[in-house]
Ligand binder design. Structure first.
Ligand code: OSB
Ligand code: MG
Length: 367
């Protein structure tokens, strides 16, 4: 075998705790996958799992386990030379589920493959921009005062869109206060599955605040429920957790469960499928935007390439490094006029800084 993998586990403190309807975190435990060729070149991919299965069924130690026990052995016959991206995806498709683990491995291999071809990920995917507009996702804070303070600091930094995390008990009033303070700001909310089918009338109270969208009010598998909510609420419904494949995107659109889609490469098994969902949405007139999973510079670099495709017409959760981390594992991404640059170097266009990787690392496994 000429390509081997190193699975790096890191712990990086968040600049402020991030609370959503599914839980709170103050440290990001990150897994970076490194695909090492015997000519000494490395490709990198980030595994975006959370430590616990609160956002989706995947979780970090489970992802490491499935990579080691099943996914890497499945890829082994392909690793004599740098494999074609499509071959990697079809090999991994014999194992069910675990899109985030698959995405981390396939992105590391894709980065390596693109470096050999001296092509950037942005170029490979069909990017049409060299900078992208950035939004920011605001966790559920302890009070309205701290919400207004946090939003104010992001507005001052130049973010082009604010997303508030909501849950029952922290929704209508929080939105009202932010809307009153910033009447013109692009504003949207994300419920992370915290509501029920019967909450349509409640959520319709948000219609008066001119939101871009309401993200994922109901559980992941409830397409019918989202279609029911869409009939009661005028604000567009946008699915995140429910969109796991091209087929689920197609189904959700047909069903009337969603009119805008949040694309996260980790959630759909990698950048090839993310691009296919983008292409489907462009064909159907469905606007898309790039979601985030509190990535380090490794995952962020690749997301910026994706967000530069033409269908990404809304600002994404592609915030600057300092939104999350006092120090990133890579050179930091710095906001400039509400935008981040799309990396243009070969592959994902960035690598960990060796000293930072070592300082943040809690474990490394060779697989
Ligand atoms: O639902 O979009 C989400 C973070 C972790 C898990 C799920 C979500 C989020 C965010 C933050 O909203 C996005 C980011 O800034 O990376
Ligand atoms: Mg979301």
């Amino acid at each position: 075998m000429t390509i081997s993998f190193q699975i790096h586990s890191l712990e990086i403190p968040l600049v402020r705790p991030f609370r959503t309807s599914f839980g709170s975190q103050s440290v990001r435990d990150v897994v970076l996958v490194e695909a090492v060729s015997d000519s000494g070149v490395s490709g990198w991919g980030e595994c975006v799992t959370m430590a616990w299965p609160g956002y989706s069924a995947e979780y970090t130690s489970g992802a490491i386990d499935v990579m080691q026990k099943f996914l890497i052995p499945t890829l082994e016959p392909l690793l004599e030379t740098s494999p074609e991206p499509d071959a990697v995806r079809s090999a991994l498709s014999v194992m069910q589920g675990h899109p985030m683990a698959k995405s981390a491995l396939s992105t590391a291999l894709l980065d390596l493959w693109l470096k050999e071809r001296e092509t950037s990920l942005a170029n490979y995917l069909g990017a049409v921009k060299d900078k992208v507009d950035c939004g920011v996702s605001v966790g559920i804070p302890s009070s309205i005062d701290s919400l207004l303070e946090e939003v104010g600091s992001y507005v001052d930094q130049g973010y082009k869109r604010i997303k508030l995390k909501i849950e029952p008990g922290w929704d209508i009033d929080a939105v009202r206060q932010v809307r009153n303070a910033w009447p013109e700001m692009l504003l949207q909310v994300d419920a992370n599955q915290a509501y029920e089918r019967t909450d349509g009338a409640h959520l319709a109270q948000l219609d008066q605040y001119d939101l871009l969208l309401i993200e994922q009010p109901l559980p992941e598998d409830d397409f019918l429920g989202h279609a029911m909510i869409s009939r009661e609420v005028n604000t567009p419904i946008c699915l995140d957790e429910s969109i796991l494949s091209v087929a689920s995107a197609q189904g959700a659109i047909e069903f009337g469960a969603t009119t805008i889609i949040n694309i996260k490469p980790g959630r759909v098994g990698g950048y090839l499928t993310a691009k296919e969902i983008h292409d489907l949405c462009v064909g159907q007139g469905i606007p898309v935007w790039c979601g985030g999973m509190l990535e380090t510079g490794i995952g962020r670099a690749a997301n910026l390439a994706l967000a530069a495709l033409p269908g990404f017409v809304l600002p994404g959760d592609t915030s600057a490094s300092n939104r999350y981390y006092a120090e990133d594992v890579t050179q930091p991404f710095v906001l400039d006029n509400g935008q981040l640059p799309v990396p243009s170097k070969p592959g994902i266009g960035i690598e960990p800084i060796p000293e930072n990787l070592e300082a943040m690392r809690t474990a490394v496994i060779t697989a």
